[in-house]
Design a protein around this ligand. Structure first.
Ligand code: 5GP
Length: 190
């Protein structure tokens, strides 16, 4: 018998969270990924309602004001937040709800949902991380420098997460993440 759960997946930009989460949903049928709202401009190829709900600052502030977000944070000068209602519905329905969010958001979730499981995805090294960010070709040098600085801050908090997975070998990291999610889903709760 599986139960609904809330999972936070955090880690520096470029650690491979998106790829891992995409593989997770292919392998775990009751996994559901929340779609965040952001004031960041869409990158090339990003579609509103698929990758993010892209919003203006005014729309975002309205969501904050009406308590429509479970958590929210500013990252690289833009706001990002998790819509509350759908997440709560999905947990109640018994799904494995996945939030791919930054560490500031992760700790807010832990405050509100102490039963949430916090997973930190680590890059093999900071050099590998920088190479991945440059390889994407989507960010300016300045944006990459900011993300590397943020990465150091995020990595300094990894021990506060429930588990850490190093994304060195992708298949191995997927196996570990899928195993963890299934284990929590099937855990007998007192
Ligand atoms: P990106 O701009 O690369 O899509 O995302 C930047 C950072 O914001 C990533 O670490 C991503 O996980 C995080 N992020 C995405 N959505 C949310 C959200 O709803 N809340 C929070 N706190 N962080 C988010």
């Amino acid at each position: 018998m599986r139960h609904g759960n809330l999972f936070v997946i955090s880690g520096p930009s470029g650690a491979g969270k998106g790829t891992l989460v995409a593989r997770l949903v292919r392998e775990v049928p009751d996994a559901w990924v929340s779609m965040s709202v952001t004031t960041r401009a869409p990158r090339e190829g990003e579609v509103d309602g698929v990758h993010y709900r892209f919003a203006t600052s005014e729309e975002f502030q309205q969501l904050v004001a009406c308590d429509g977000l479970l958590e929210w944070a500013t990252y690289g000068g833009n706001c990002y937040g998790t819509p509350r209602a759908t997440v709560e519905e999905r947990i109640a329905r018994g799904d494995q709800v996945i939030l791919e969010i930054d560490v500031q958001g992760g700790f807010q979730v832990r405050e509100k949902f102490p039963a949430a499981h916090l997973v930190f995805i680590e890059p093999p090294s900071l050099d590998v991380l920088e190479a991945r960010l440059r390889g994407r070709g989507t960010e300016s040098d300045e944006a990459i420098a900011t993300r590397m600085e943020t990465a150091r801050v995020e990595l300094s908090r990894k021990m506060e997460y429930d588990i850490r997975l190093v994304n060195d070998d992708l298949d191995e990291a997927v196996r570990a993440l899928v195993g963890y999610v299934n284990e929590q889903a099937e855990k007998i709760r007192g």
